[in-house]
Design a binder for this molecule. Structure first.
Ligand code: PMP
Length: 324
């Protein structure tokens, strides 16, 4: 596999670009010991009008909220972070890429109490292809994991915290060990939650169904994008508690995420989903998503933030993901 970091020269650290090689942390960094970090995964697309970051304002709003849950003050405004993301992309001469802002408790004190360790902010960028494999648009084979999502009164799934991803790693490794590409976790009550790094949609009789926020999901920005695209297309969307059995009976199932984009599911636990992959509704939504992200379909929701544009009032343009 080629090294996705080859050629990356700059990483943004606490307000300035530093050499890729120098972007290191001390071994006594609080986050390394206790998972005290929050982060984002954002994509920049190469559009006909130049490189543009997809839903940057919404990602930065989620980052701020993730940090707020953990009482982590970020010393930079959403506008400053937006410009920092664009600056890092420009400095590394990238067009289509993945952007990883991370905010964490650094080197200070090593008690569990995080409040005595400084808050550090880094932004890295690199090229990242299809997360669930180059062939994933034809459909992937997944399983239902034996690992559950953490209950909402134990860890808040809505905060995209580094520590949450220990649970995701267990789901992912079990799936890979058993020959699947990804695992679907149930929530603490046994209802369908999400994949290790993706939200989930089912298609039943022409309508979309997706598990609610209360099912220990991350409130995905691609999930919100799919909901809005579906509404634009006149496809009904319901946020509903999903019992496991419905997964096998659904006409179509697909996963959504910044890294995974929109990935149709071909089989679940070796049972074929519907009658072929991708299904009709999935294909319609995928075509819209692709068209908007490559600039061929009008950006009617104002989702693309041009990289070359310099600073802009992102906080004002951030659309709050709607409750359904
Ligand atoms: N759930 C989890 C656990 C994730 O890590 C991700 C990826 N960020 C998602 C869902 C999808 O979220 P988004 O569409 O905002 O990338």
């Amino acid at each position: 596999m080629s090294n996705p970091f080859a050629g990356i020269q700059w990483i943004w650290k606490n307000g300035q670009l530093i050499d890729f090689e120098k972007a290191t942390v001390h071994v006594l960094t609080h986050a390394l010991h206790y998972g005290s970090g929050v982060f984002e995964g954002i994509r920049c697309y190469s559009t006909k009008q130049g490189p543009a970051v997809f839903r940057l304002a919404e990602h930065l709003r989620r980052l701020e909220n993730s940090a707020k849950v953990y009482r982590m003050p970020i010393a930079f405004s959403a506008e400053e972070l937006a410009e920092a993301c664009c600056e890092t992309i420009r400095a590394n001469n990238l067009s289509a890429c993945y952007i990883r802002p991370i905010v964490f408790r650094g080197f200070g004190s090593l008690g569990v109490n995080p409040l005595r360790s400084p808050v550090e902010v880094f932004i890295a960028v690199w090229s990242w292809g299809k997360y669930l494999g180059e062939e994933s648009e034809q459909g992937v084979d997944v399983c239902v994991s034996s690992w559950r999502r953490v209950s909402p009164d134990a860890m808040p799934a809505v905060s995209k915290a580094t520590g949450n991803y220990l649970n995701s790693q267990l789901i992912k490794m079990e799936a890979l060990a058993n020959g699947y590409v990804e695992g679907i976790a149930l929530d603490a009550r046994g209802f369908v939650s999400e994949g290790s790094g993706e939200n989930l949609f089912l298609v039943q009789d022409g309508a979309l169904i997706t598990p609610p926020v209360a099912s220990s999901i991350l409130t995905g920005i691609t999930r919100d994008t799919v909901v809005k695209i579906a509404r634009d297309l006149g496809i009904p969307v319901r946020e509903e508690v999903v019992p496991r059995g419905l997964l096998y009976a659904a006409d179509e199932v697909f996963m959504t995420g910044t890294a995974a984009e929109i990935t149709p599911i071909r089989t679940i636990d070796r049972i074929q989903v519907g009658r072929g992959c991708p299904g009709e509704v999935t294909a319609r939504i995928l075509a819209q998503f692709k068209g908007i992200t490559n600039g061929e379909i009008e950006d009617r929701h104002g989702w693309l933030h041009p990289v070359g544009a310099g600073a802009r009032q992102v906080a004002e343009t951030a659309a709050v993901p709607e409750a359904m």
